[in-house]
Ligand binder design. Structure first.
Ligand SMILES: Cc1cc2nc3c(=O)[nH]c(=O)nc-3n(C[C@H](O)[C@H](O)[C@H](O)COP(=O)(O)OP(=O)(O)OC[C@H]3O[C@@H](n4cnc5c(N)ncnc54)[C@H](O)[C@@H]3O)c2cc1C
Length: 493
C-alpha cells in the first residue's frame, strides 16, 4: 500500500475528524480517514465486551436537542438514526445528586428530572433560605437569558470574576465550581465565563446529560458507515507518523502503512501534536511555534468502570460533590503535589438506564470519573482511584457490595488511546485545550493552520461548548474551509 492520492486526508476518528470526513465525502470529495486504533470514536469510544456495551469514559451530551451531531446526521441523510436515548418528555428522574454543605457533616441525597427543569430538589439539598432561593433564581435567569453578544463579551472574564460581581449564594457558587470541573474539566477561576455560560444555557434550554443506545461510540459508527457508503476509504490500526509539507503546502502523510498524497490534511490528533510532532516546528514561524507551545492543556478525568451483579441503580446519572471537593487552581495544585484530597467530585453514568442492552440481563454497568491532571506520568492518580472507591463504598454501598469487577483508567490511558504527549504534562486531556480565558471564543486557535491545506479539527480549534459537541462543530466548520480551499485550487488550474 502507498502513494495513493486523495482530495482530503483526515487524521483521527473522534467527533472532530469523523464529522469533517463524513461531510466532505458526502459532498463528493475523495477522502481517506486514518485512525491509529482499531476502534473508532477517539475519546467518545464505546466498548462491546462480555455482553456489555458502554463508554470507556463517562459521557453526557450537552446540548441534547440541537447538537452538532444532529446537524451532521441531517446532512448525511440519516436523521432517523440520531436517537438520543431519552426523550425530552421522559418523566423519570434521571439524576441522583449527593451534596454536602461546607458547614455540615453529612451528604444530602436527592433525585431529579431532566435539565434542572424543576430546581426544587436542588433547593432542598442546598438548604436555601427564601432570600437565597430568590438570589439563585436571579443569577440562573441572568445566565440562561443572556443574549449571545453579551456571552461572547465574556471571553476575557473568568467564571469566578463574573460570579464575584453578583449576589451569589454559597451553594450556587459551589455548584458552579463543581460544574466547571465536571463539564469542562477546568477550575472556575480560570474557565472563560463565555464557555461555562454557553453550556449552562444549553443545559437549561436544550437539555443536558443525554446518552445514546450503545454509548457515544454509536455516533462514530454511523458517521463511519456513511463515510464508507459514500466511497470514503477508512484505515484503522494505522498511525500517521508525519504530515508531508513542500513549499508551504501539505502534500500528504507518511504512516505505518505507507505514504498517501492529498492537497488537504485535516488533523484531529490535537493542535500541539499536529504542529510540533506530525508537521515539525521547522515549517512554522517561531512566533507561531511559541504560541502553540504556550497553549494550556485542559485537565483530565480518571475513570472507574463498575460491573454490577444486580440491577440496583435507578437513575441514569449520579453526581456527588461538596463545598470542599471541587477543585479550583489552588486545590488542584495541592493534589498535583501529592496531597490526596479527603473527598473528590464524582460524575457517573449508568448505561443501563439509557440502554436495556448495555449489560447482560440482571446486571448493570456504571462509568465513574473525577478530575485530575492531564499529565500521563501523574503519580497521584492511584491515590485518586482509591479515594473514588472509598467514596463508592461509603456512600453507595448498594453498588459497591454487588460490584463483581472494576476497570481503571486515567491520563496515561487517555493519552495512549488518543493524543500523543509532546509537551511536559500534556496528552491525557479530557476535552482538549483548556477552555480558559485567553484560549476561548475570539482567542480560540484557528482551525486554519498557517500551512496551505492544513486544518485542525476537534476540541482544540474553532468552536466552543462541551467536548463532543464542540469537536463536531469544529469538524463541520473545517469541512466548509477545506471545501472552499479545494474548489479555489481547482478554479486556479
Ligand atoms: C473521561 C472523559 C470524559 C468526558 N466527558 C465528556 C462529556 O461528558 N461530554 C462531552 O461532550 N465530552 C466529554 N469528553 C470529551 C470528548 O470526548 C472530547 O472532547 C472529544 O472526543 C474530542 O474529540 P476530538 O475529535 O477533538 O479528538 P479525539 O476524540 O481525541 O480523537 C482524536 C483521534 O485521533 C486519533 N489519532 C491521534 N493521533 C493519531 C495519529 N498520529 N495517527 C492516527 N490517528 C491518530 C486518536 O486515536 C483519536 O481517535 C470526555 C472525555 C474524557 C476523556
Amino acid at each position: 500500500m502507498g502513494d495513493e492520492r486523495y482530495d482530503v486526508i483526515v487524521i483521527g476518528s473522534g467527533p472532530g475528524g469523523l464529522s469533517a470526513a463524513a461531510l466532505l465525502q458526502k459532498r463528493g470529495f475523495d477522502c481517506l480517514l486514518v485512525e491509529k486504533n482499531e476502534l473508532l470514536g477517539g475519546k467518545m469510544v464505546s466498548i462491546e465486551k462480555d455482553g456489555y456495551a458502554y463508554d470507556l469514559f463517562p459521557h453526557g451530551q450537552v446540548p441534547m436537542r440541537g447538537s452538532a451531531f444532529e446537524t451532521v446526521f441531517e446532512e448525511l441523510g440519516v436523521s432517523d438514526e440520531f436517537v438520543p436515548a431519552i426523550e425530552p418528555s421522559d418523566p423519570r428522574d434521571i439524576l441522583t445528586m449527593l451534596y454536602r454543605r461546607g458547614d455540615k457533616q453529612e451528604y444530602s441525597r436527592t433525585t431529579q428530572g431532566q435539565a434542572m427543569a424543576d430546581p426544587g430538589p436542588f433547593f432542598k439539598v442546598w438548604d436555601l433560605t427564601p432570600e437565597e432561593e430568590e438570589a439563585v433564581v436571579n443569577v440562573m435567569a441572568e445566565m440562561t437569558l443572556m443574549p449571545e453578544e453579551q456571552v461572547h463579551a465574556l471571553d476575557d472574564v473568568t467564571m469566578k470574576e463574573w460570579l464575584d460581581e453578583r449576589d451569589v449564594p454559597g451553594p450556587l457558587y459551589n455548584y458552579l465550581g463543581f460544574h466547571a470541573n465536571a463539564s469542562l474539566a477546568e477550575p472556575i477561576d480560570l474557565v472563560a465565563a463565555s464557555e461555562q455560560i454557553t453550556i449552562m444555557q444549553q443545559v437549561m434550554l436544550q437539555g443536558g446529560g443525554g446518552q445514546y443506545e450503545g454509548g457515544f461510540g454509536t455516533l462514530a459508527k454511523v458517521m463511519a458507515r456513511e463515510f464508507e457508503k459514500h466511497g470514503g476509504t477508512l484505515l484503522t490500526g494505522c498511525r500517521v507518523e508525519r504530515i508531508s509539507i513542500e513549499d508551504g503546502a501539505v502534500t500528504g502523510i507518511k504512516t505505518s502503512d505507507g505514504r498517501f498524497e492529498a492537497p488537504v490534511v485535516v488533523s484531529s490528533a490535537g493542535i500541539q501534536p499536529t504542529i510540533l510532532k506530525l508537521c515539525g516546528e521547522q515549517h512554522f514561524d517561531k512566533t507561531y511555534v511559541n504560541y502553540i507551545k504556550g497553549l494550556v492543556p485542559g485537565w483530565a478525568f480518571t475513570s472507574i468502570r463498575y460491573f454490577l451483579d444486580e440491577p440496583v441503580m435507578e437513575t441514569g446519572i449520579y453526581i456527588m460533590y461538596s463545598d470542599d471537593s471541587w477543585l479550583d487552581t489552588a486545590r488542584f495544585e495541592r493534589v498535583k503535589n501529592g496531597e490526596t484530597p479527603e473527598e473528590v467530585i464524582l460524575f457517573m453514568v449508568n448505561h443501563s438506564f439509557f440502554d436495556e442492552h448495555a449489560a447482560p440481563p440482571g446486571k448493570q454497568v456504571l462509568v465513574s470519573g473525577t478530575v485530575c491532571s492531564s499529565n500521563p506520568e501523574a503519580r497521584e492518580i492511584e491515590a485518586i482511584w482509591k479515594r473514588m472507591d472509598e467514596q463508592m463504598k461509603e456512600h453507595f454501598p448498594e453498588i459497591w457490595e454487588i460490584c463483581e469487577r472494576r476497570e481503571y483508567s486515567g491520563p496515561k490511558e487517555i493519552a495512549a488511546l488518543t493524543r500523543d504527549s509532546v509537551l511536559p504534562g500534556q496528552g491525557g486531556e479530557c476535552v482538549g485545550l483548556a477552555q480558559i480565558v485567553g484560549q476561548c471564543g475570539k482567542h480560540k486557535p484557528d482551525s486554519n493552520a498557517p500551512i496551505n491545506g492544513l486544518y485542525i479539527a476537534g476540541a482544540d480549534a474553532g468552536a466552543k461548548g462541551m467536548g463532543t459537541h464542540q469537536s463536531a462543530l469544529s469538524g463541520i466548520a473545517v469541512a466548509k474551509m477545506a471545501q472552499r480551499y479545494l474548489l479555489g485550487r481547482s478554479k486556479m488550474r
